[in-house]
Design a binder for this molecule. Structure first.
Ligand code: PTJ
Length: 256
């Protein structure tokens, strides 16, 4: 890994980049994952590289859905395995959700490497190795475990591609997406859209889980009832607009 000085103004972002590169080197992350990360970085810059208020609202609603679920699942791909393995395991542990490896650029070798990685971070059981069911999709993200994503009622999909997200929603599942692009097909078809970097989103969700875990069923249901996903997406777009405006004006560029 390249040594990144801690006082570098873009330290967090550069470390994240190094982790993805390391993920490719170790065989967890696909090469295409590098491109996806670059796209994410651009959107992260536009929202100010921080959790915007509406993302925190979505993160709380996501936790309420997961805590109320009968069979919640956290779907893990090559990018999240490289970036946040500890947080994935911790969130599963605190909420009682299961972990399932599900890949777009699927190979058995990558699935098993990621399962082993999560186990090395403390996961007891990780699904995804059986692949004994198919969703109605023409690519390999269709391959799921029957006891996992196939029969889940709530699925957390960080960095998803849009058609599986739509398919899961069509199957009547609650889909929680983490995607920095507020206008991606994933973002627009999820039940809860978290426009935040997965590195911050999972940390926040762990924090909210600790806060909300003892709450009554009724109070969790109230969080969900009060939640409006369209408002959250609109707020993310507004935050991007305001950030562009502020950055332009600070540099003496007139905002039209
Ligand atoms: O490991 P695999 O084989 O399952 O492949 C995983 C990737 C991510 C390569 C695959 O799902 C893919 O190609 O995804 P897309 O279609 O590029 O979509 C990724 C979305 O995630 C984009 O909208 C990005 O803006 C967003 N994104 C990228 N990095 C982050 C992110 N969102 C949150 N946090 C990030 N760090």
């Amino acid at each position: 890994m390249t040594e990144i000085p801690i006082d570098h103004p873009r330290y967090e972002s550069l470390i994240t980049r190094e982790k993805i590169v390391e993920g490719v080197r170790m065989g967890f992350t696909s090469q295409q994952g590098l491109v996806a990360q670059g796209r994410g970085e651009a959107f992260d810059y536009l929202i100010g590289e921080k959790t915007i208020e509406s993302a925190a609202v979505a993160e709380r609603a996501a936790v309420a859905y997961i805590l109320l679920a009968k069979r919640p699942i956290i779907s893990v791909n090559g990018n999240t395995a490289a970036l946040v393995p500890e947080s994935l395991v911790a969130l599963a542990d605190f909420t009682g959700a299961a972990l399932e490896v599900n890949l777009f650029h699927r190979s058995d070798a990558r699935v098993h490497k990621i399962i082993e990685l999560l186990k090395s971070h403390g996961a007891v059981k990780v699904l995804g190795g059986k692949g004994d069911k198919r969703l109605d999709l023409s690519h390999d993200r269709a391959i799921v475990d029957e006891e996992g994503i196939f029969s889940a009622d709530v699925v957390l999909v960080p960095l998803e591609d849009g058609d599986r997200c739509q398919k899961l929603a069509e199957m009547g599942k609650t889909v929680i997406a983490i995607d920095l692009n507020p206008l991606s097909r994933t973002s627009l078809s999820a039940t809860v859209t978290i426009v935040d970097n997965v590195t911050r989103a999972l940390q926040n969700m762990i924090h909210f889980t600790k806060e909300m875990k003892q709450d009554s069923r009724q109070s969790l249901e109230e969080v969900i009832e009060a939640y409006d996903n369209n408002e959250v997406i609109a707020d993310a777009l507004y935050a991007i607009q305001e950030r562009l405006k502020q950055q332009s004006e600070e540099r003496g560029i007139r905002w039209i």
